[in-house]
Design a protein around this ligand. Sequence first.
Ligand code: IPE
Ligand code: IPE
Ligand code: MG
Ligand code: MG
Ligand code: MG
Length: 290
Amino acid sequence: MTDMDVVKYLTEKKVPVDRALKKYFSDINAFFEIMYYSIGGGKRIRPILAIASYEANGGKDSKQIMPIACGLELIHTYSLIHDDLPAMDDDDFRRGKAAAHKKFGEAMAILSGDGLFAHAFELFAQGNGLVKEKLMVIKAVSEVVGPKGVVYGQTLDISKEMSHNPVSLRRIHFNKTAKFIAVSVKCGAIMAQAPVPLINELYTAGIYMGMLFQYTDDILDVVGEKEKLGKTPGKDLAAGKLTAPAVYGLDGAMFRARRYAELANQKFSGLGKRFSVFNMITDFILHRTF
Ligand code: IPE
Ligand code: IPE
Ligand code: MG
Ligand code: MG
Ligand code: MG
């Protein structure tokens, strides 16, 4: 696939995800509107990875995977809302608009995050059938987005005690970002009832992709444009964050990003041709500008 094809693929895959998210947030109560504000504007990489994995593993019923895919986006959105709070990264601009705490105040932003995090699990559990698979999804996701994964990674990220070295950087990236990307791929495979060894191989490949994802996020903080990113670049350097460019320099970070892309691509390729969509998404992440 060419660069154009991957952009087309991601754009097309986003449409039903956005439609489902809209549906899940309609006509419940006024607070859902407040949470929905923060959902608007994301790339939907995690839900798309889950759907792509479901389809590559032979899954046919979009109704089975869509609530799971959307649940992942709710958790991701919660993590962004809390990440932007003044007590964390203190970012006022997110997804091309005012961050939740700027729009609704800090208390509502905190509650929006809380609400999204919990509501995700209602989506994971919804529907009839595939009860065992849904329990596997809930187990896998809760293990990597909480205090053994994303939340832990965020505590390391804001810690002043971490010295700027490769080991610390790797631990932050692995926990705050890579595990979540990897579990998104894993969830699709679980819901398509892929064999456990394959589910685990996909998770490993997803870790490389997730490390790459945070490398390019760190790189874009240095070289990205505000309008394209929909968030404010230059913040990591100003805050003295432990990022890939801070540890390896910009060229070093770019070199290592390419290396992670190679590792991800090798791993996905080794799993067979039906996973080539992940090679395409890996290359997109390596070259992304937003
Ligand atoms: C940003 O994630 C936060 C990271 C984990 C790097 P995305 O780049 O996926 O943000 P959205 O969802 O497109 O806004
Ligand atoms: C965020 O990392 C990771 C999360 C778990 C939200 P960053 O703090 O670098 O993400 P951005 O750059 O603000 O999107
Ligand atoms: Mg952060
Ligand atoms: Mg941040
Ligand atoms: Mg960042």
